[in-house]
Design a protein around this ligand. Structure first.
Ligand code: PCA
Length: 318
């Protein structure tokens, strides 16, 4: 009888252990970044909706996998879920880079129209690699941080420019600056060791890295709004009970709406914070027109590499 009772207890415990699934999630940006806060809320929503049966532990700041490894890690199921800057996958397929070209989409409405047109193609590409897209959220518009005043595009000439992927490096190159790709978490160190003396990023990342500690000027160009995407390994996802799959999809839809709102709020608040700590200059016309020209070259190069699907995306924002 005693033996039977302990067997029953062991079975019960066994069942409980099976019912609870613990997932890790690899993300590239720090805890304080609004994207990460949004993901934490997403994970909490999933846990609550599943009564604690599915727990997602968020490993932020590239602590589990380096940013360039996150997509492949999800693909190979080293980790079931992750976050990646979509345009970083440009080298796998240029469709991922549509939101990284200067002046194609510069407002939240335009970014939304671009995303609506781009999304099915992104989903299709990821599906080929056994990955499901859950949601995507844009960064606020991108601007330049420098240590000297910019009056025209040619002032960027020779600047050691921090970029974050191949597309931003191409932009820096076309502005005759000299690009070095550096992850957001490594920005302060790159400046303090003198690897770079200028950078492109949003007000959000400027505030998070305390850009005023190593640059003097911010130019709020709002030139493009690259998106982060949250992805899940399809086999891992479809291996979950249906209620848990649904909980993830519901939490993802909520996170997408919430994330776009957070982005818009941070776009305002971050520029205000920068203004309290460093010089936020009105953007000089000559700088805008130089970057517009670069944007046209990049749009052309991008459209050629994508092929006929590019036009539908460009039309969506025009
Ligand atoms: N912050 C990220 C990507 C774009 C942004 O605003 C970065 O600078 O790496």
């Amino acid at each position: 009888m005693k033996a039977f009772a302990s067997l029953a207890a062991a079975l019960l415990m066994g069942t409980a252990a099976v019912a609870q699934t613990n997932w890790d999630m690899a993300t590239p940006y720090p805890d304080s970044e609004f994207h990460t806060r949004n993901i934490q809320q997403f994970a909490q929503d999933v846990s609550e909706a599943t009564g604690g049966d599915l727990n997602i532990t968020v490993h932020s700041g590239a602590s589990l996998f380096k940013h360039p490894e996150i997509k492949r890690s999800v693909q190979n199921q080293f980790v079931p879920m992750g976050e990646v800057l979509m345009a970083n996958l440009f080298n796998e397929d240029p469709i991922f880079g549509a939101d990284n070209i200067p002046f194609i989409a510069t407002t939240y409405d335009e970014a939304k129209a671009l995303w609506d047109a781009q999304r099915p193609l992104v989903e299709e590409k990821l599906a080929e690699d056994g990955i499901r897209l859950l949601y995507a959220v844009p960064w606020p518009g991108q601007g330049f941080y420098t240590n000297k005043e910019l009056t025209s595009g040619s002032d960027l000439e020779g600047m050691r420019f921090r970029t974050y992927n191949a597309t931003t490096a191409r932009m820096a190159e076309l502005m005759n600056a000299s690009p070095t790709t550096i992850e957001a978490v490594e920005i302060p160190q790159a400046f303090s060791t003198g690897i770079v003396d200028a950078m492109v990023t949003s007000g959000a990342t400027g505030v998070n890295t305390k850009a005023w500690d190593f640059t003097d000027e911010f130019y709020d160009l709002q030139a493009w709004m690259p998106k982060n995407m949250i992805i899940v390994n399809e086999a891992a996802f479809s291996g979950l009970p249906e209620e848990q799959q649904q909980a993830i999809l519901d939490a993802a839809a909520a996170a997408e709406t919430r994330g776009w709102e957070m982005s818009e709020e941070v776009a305002q608040s971050s520029v205000a914070t920068l203004g309290e700590n460093m010089t936020v200059r009105p953007v000089p016309e000559a700088l805008v027109s130089a970057l517009e020209e670069v944007g046209q070259t990049m749009a052309q190069e991008w459209a050629e590499s994508v092929g006929e699907e590019a036009q539908a995306i460009l039309d969506a924002v025009n």
